[in-house]
Design a protein around this ligand. Structure first.
Ligand SMILES: Cc1cc2nc3c(=O)[nH]c(=O)nc-3n(C[C@H](O)[C@H](O)[C@H](O)COP(=O)(O)OP(=O)(O)OC[C@H]3O[C@@H](n4cnc5c(N)ncnc54)[C@H](O)[C@@H]3O)c2cc1C
Length: 416
């Protein structure tokens, strides 16, 4: 049986961080990955001859995001996305007026005040926290942005404290090669031995650790598990002894949100007269109504990225890729006109909702469960079994690649 000091399950950002950190302290590490690639929810594919991130796109909070420094150290090209971003708000297909912008800004301000006050008093759902402004015609737009688009969450099932604690701040950087590309080029070599196409089915952590996989058994003194809460909740990995209630409750308190990202290509010789980096949002007229945002020609590339999140994304994932494409075409026509939509030539749809190795985009805490992230990250068996990943981050970077990296580093310290 192959042995290592530590076995890391999953070669996403958290798994690569844990392995790289342990290797740097002289421990032997083995990373077991079910798929045939590294990066997990960071995955770059070519679209129109350029990198397109199906998952993680920006290095958020760049000032305290460790991946920004690692990228610089490895000569990666970084672009300050905020410096080139222009925002366009559309109301029933027309550009928003100054009065629309003022009403939107005032609603956003009221939303934030209500939500922050509710988070001090308790931990209700974000939607309940902002219910006092239900008569504001811009509430649905702000709420869609804050819950479905940013947090991939359903505002009716989303802890207001988790919303508050993970609100992102600071600069947003693009990695020109794509975050998935960067994982393969820079982070994977730091992590050492990675066994691909090796699906973990069981972890026995009674004495030492024995891990059962599709390709055999592996032994170690401790094990770091970085799969998503969706994978854990589905019971894809059997634990023996069974996980304590504190952990199973935490997993149940952290359901997966869904953000479906699409790449839209078309026959538009003048690029629709839109400057690269422009993001398009639409006014949402009813709470929880379907909506999308688009990001045009990111980094000058020849495609438009689209985002649909929350319950709408889950409904579309169940309906299938063609239904998603129809939805994207309809929103595109609403925002950019039927002629522009008619010239779409291809829509590539990310499939995080149906992907059994991730089962969603990133997790959010349910109302009253803001403490679930810390509970999931608490080591078991004196450090023999540790859960780590975007879900376990409690410093405001949950749901991000920067948070996943830090969670992996911290788990490595606990295991060592
Ligand atoms: C559409 C989308 C947009 C996003 N945008 C951003 C963004 O702009 N910025 C940002 O910072 N973050 C973003 N994120 C979130 C970010 O991608 C994640 O927070 C982060 O990648 C999670 O890393 P992880 O290592 O915790 O988990 P994962 O990436 O899920 O890694 C877990 C690994 O475990 C593997 N695995 C699963 N089951 C098994 C098994 N049984 N045996 C062995 N291996 C297994 C998986 O294949 C995977 O490689 C986005 C995500 C999505 C989906």
């Amino acid at each position: 049986m192959k042995q290592a000091n530590v076995i890391v399950i999953g070669a996403g950002v958290a798994g690569l961080a844990a392995a790289a950190t342990l290797r740097a302290t002289g421990r032997t590490v083995l990373v077991l990955e079910s798929s045939n690639r590294v990066g997990g929810r960071a995955w770059t594919v070519p679209i129109a001859g350029r990198p397109f991130d199906l998952g993680a796109t920006w290095l958020h909070d760049a000032e305290r995001n460790p991946l920004a420094q690692i990228a610089r150290d490895h000569g990666a090209a970084l672009v300050d996305a905020d410096a080139v971003r222009a925002r366009r708000l559309l109301v029933d297909g027309r550009p928003a007026t100054p009065a629309d912008h003022a009403a939107y800004a005032s609603a956003a301000d009221r939303f934030e005040k209500l939500a922050l006050a509710a988070a001090v008093a308790g931990d209700p759902a974000l939607a309940d926290a902002v219910a006092p402004m239900a008569d504001d015609p811009w509430l649905a737009t702000v709420e869609t942005w804050e819950a479905a688009q940013i947090a991939a969450a359903d505002a009716r099932d989303f802890s207001v404290r988790d919303w508050r604690d993970n609100a992102l701040d600071g600069a947003n950087l693009w990695l020109v090669e794509g975050i998935g590309g960067f994982c393969g080029r820079v982070l994977a070599p730091m992590a050492g031995e990675i066994r691909y196409n090796t699906a973990v089915t069981g972890v026995n952590w009674g004495g030492g650790v024995t891990v059962s996989t599709s390709t055999g058994e592996f032994a170690a003194a401790s094990c770091i598990v970085t799969v998503s809460t969706g994978v854990l909740g589905a019971g894809a990995i059997r634990f023996d002894p069974m996980l304590p209630a504190a952990i199973t409750d935490a997993i149940a308190g952290l359901p997966m949100g869904l953000l479906t990202k699409v790449a839209v290509e078309g026959n538009w010789p003048d690029r629709l007269g839109i400057a690269p980096g422009t993001s398009l949002r639409q006014r949402v007229t009813a709470r929880f109504a379907p909506a999308m945002s688009f990001h045009c020609w990111p980094n000058g590339h020849d495609y438009i990225a689209g985002f649909v999140g929350g319950p709408t994304a889950w409904a579309l994932a169940r309906a299938g890729e063609d239904a998603t494409r129809d939805f994207v075409r309809a929103r595109f026509a609403e925002m950019l006109g039927p002629d522009a939509a008619g010239n779409i030539t291809r829509i590539t749809v990310s499939g995080w909702g149906s992907d059994q190795l991730h089962r969603g985009a990133y997790c959010y805490a349910r109302p009253g469960r803001a403490g679930a992230r810390a509970a999931l990250g608490a080591p078991l068996g004196g450090g023999r079994l540790i859960f780590a990943g975007e879900a376990t981050r409690t410093d405001g970077l949950a749901g991000t690649v920067g948070g996943a990296w830090l969670a992996g580093v911290e788990a490595a310290g606990l295991a060592a």
